[in-house]
Design a protein around this ligand. Structure first.
Ligand SMILES: [Zn+2]
Length: 148
């Protein structure tokens, strides 16, 4: 789980700055090792935590959103969108290389990042599916194939 602030341009009330307690669920498939597990949960949890924790209690900004004008100085991030102008302390922000901070984009980002780590050490894992939930009914997942 991670708690973050964001806003979604051109999406009604979500265009205003707000936050979520995001939940992340990781599902994976592959060939079990001799112990019967594809991966030990005690190994998986730290990998997921390492990828997710940098987002926790930060303002998430989609640095590839062309609707935003983003001006970064040494200590601040200024974002202009329509008539709104936000100025945040830079150390409160995480700039993600995505086009919007929807659950669809966040799940894709996290699935790719977690996949990059897993593919190095676990050749027996064939795919992962990362679901990001921002509310009771709002969620999206991305499946990434690690092996053809
Ligand atoms: Zn939201």
């Amino acid at each position: 789980m991670f708690s973050s602030t964001h806003f979604l341009p051109d999406m009604g009330k979500c265009e205003r700055l707000h936050g979520h307690n995001y939940q992340v669920e990781v599902e994976l498939g592959g060939i079990p090792a001799k112990n019967g597990a594809i991966i030990d949960f005690n190994d998986l949890v730290p990998i997921v935590t390492r990828v997710v924790r940098p987002l926790d209690h930060y303002i998430i900004i989609a640095s590839k959103d062309t609707r935003l004008t983003i001006i970064e100085s040494e200590s601040e991030v200024e974002i202009q969108f329509k008539d709104n102008r936000y100025i945040f302390p830079k150390n409160n922000c995480v700039m993600l290389p995505i086009k919007q901070t929807t659950v669809e984009s966040l799940s894709k980002y996290l699935a790719n990042r977690i996949g990059e780590v897993l593919i190095k050490s676990y050749p027996n894992i064939h795919w992962i599916d990362v679901l990001v939930r921002e509310g009771q009914v709002q969620s999206a997942s991305t499946k990434v194939l690690l092996k053809e």
